[in-house]
Design a protein around this ligand. Structure first.
Ligand SMILES: [Zn+2]
Length: 428
């Protein structure tokens, strides 16, 4: 299978043809060779598909159920709804998420949740690329001074997570890879976290975890362990290139240096942090100075409430600039890079760039849309003025998944109807 994208405009402003063969980009420039399929991209911008490194896709069904609430009440409302969720609901929510992500130019996402077989089946059918893992929770004991471990619960959580890796790692023609996600230091015991790290090493897969999302999490960790979260995780042998730390907001400069030295990737979730009134911004400039790999995530739809990476890029840049009183931090270039190649690096996927040999996960946008004209800086337009509606075509793994805004892999109307119906039983 080959696909030729003719005359697309790169973010640099230059025009190029892109030839895709066997799911990868094989040639960029003036390409005259024939291909099985062709897209005329005249008047379109081409970018690498965006990579959402932290979400809970099925939470789309909770969109709007817990609004304008304090974190405590929000958590209680979301947990109450989550307890009742069934596998068919997870499937409906995941399909809805895949539809929203494709239509907003996201080609790959990293998900941690439960009933993950449903999420994997959704990824398989929708044509997306994803890194998936079963989110483990064994109660933890972050608030107490002495830890009591529920061995039985810990064992069963680890075995569900491992079985999911065995079942799905490398499936859907390689589009699905798996992760090991212990939820967080406040919902997981220390032996669970340490064993999760061993599993991620055993399977060479991503270790996906929430880290230092709130100030309370840091205070509780200090009280329990005498150490701040990054040092606590280091003592458990968890810090490595495989770890993707979601949120990574309440970190000291020393913690940033420690994480960077261990090659940990950050997944910044600025929209979720602001909506839940976390009160701070992740130390993105310090992360950049330390050479830490930075990626972006939306988090779930109960705390965002959108899966748009365009919004996430803009919020990220604006939050950083505003909180630092410095308009030069979080440049359009650095934020776009975090949404693409930074995500690919975090997840260990050979994509995120338009370059020969890279996976063909690509997105086309309407260059003539009113909000993208003039083109003094296409990069600035992408970060500050684009929206999902500008995306015209999406290619994942060399296959056209959306053409002229019509998603080819899913029945859009059915997905929406089913999600609406499945969500009706869920309320706060
Ligand atoms: Zn999350």
């Amino acid at each position: 299978m080959s696909l030729l994208i003719k005359n697309a405009t790169l973010a640099s402003g230059k025009n190029a043809d892109v030839l895709i063969e066997g799911g990868s980009i094989s040639k960029i420039g003036a390409v005259s060779s024939r291909a099985d399929e062709k897209i005329d991209a005249t008047g379109k911008i081409i970018i690498p598909g965006m990579i959402n490194t932290h979400t809970h896709a099925a939470m789309t069904l909770f969109r709007g159920i817990a609004e304008d609430m304090e974190l405590k009440g929000w958590l209680a409302a979301v947990r109450k709804a989550e307890i009742l969720v069934t596998p068919p609901q997870i499937r409906a929510g995941s399909d809805l998420a895949a539809l929203e992500m494709i239509k907003s130019g996201t080609t790959c996402f990293s998900d941690m949740y439960f009933h993950m077989d449903e999420v994997a089946a959704s990824v398989q059918d929708s044509g997306m690329r994803a890194v998936l893992g079963y989110s483990m929770v064994d109660g933890g004991n972050a608030r107490g001074t002495r830890e009591s471990v529920n061995e039985k619960k810990m064992g069963s959580e680890l075995s569900i997570a491992e079985q999911f890796v065995k079942d799905w790692h490398g499936k859907a023609g390689g589009r699905i890879t798996c992760s090991i996600p212990p939820h967080s230091i406040y919902l997981c015991s220390s032996p669970l976290i340490a064993k999760a790290a061993e599993l991620s090493k055993k399977y060479s897969c991503v270790l996906h975890m929430h880290l230092s999302e709130t100030r309370k999490e840091v205070f509780d960790c200090l009280e329990k362990t005498g150490a701040r979260p990054a040092y606590y995780l280091d003592s458990l042998g968890v810090l490595s290139q495989r770890l993707v730390a979601a949120h990574a907001v309440w970190l000291t400069k020393e913690e940033v240096k420690l994480l960077a030295s261990k090659k940990v990737s950050a997944s910044l979730n600025p929209v979720s942090n602001m909506k839940l009134a976390g009160g701070s911004a992740a130390p993105m400039p310090e992360m950049g100075q330390s050479g830490m790999n930075i990626s972006l995530g939306t988090d779930g739809s109960a705390s965002n409430n959108s899966l748009s990476m365009f919004e996430t890029m803009k919020f990220c840049a604006l939050l950083q600039k505003n909180s630092r009183w410095n308009a030069t931090v979080a440049s359009a270039e650095s934020v776009f890079s975090a949404a693409t190649v930074g995500g690919a690096r975090a997840l260990g996927i050979n994509s995120g760039e338009i370059a020969e040999g890279k996976l063909a996960d690509l997105v086309l946008l309407d260059k003539k849309a009113a909000n993208l004209v003039p083109a003094h800086s296409i990069l600035a337009n992408l970060v500050y003025s684009s929206h999902a509606g500008n995306v015209t075509d999406v290619i994942i793994d060399g296959k056209i998944v959306m053409q002229e805004r019509k998603v080819l892999t899913m029945d859009e109307e059915k997905v929406v109807q089913r999600a609406q119906k499945e969500a009706e039983g869920l309320s706060a």
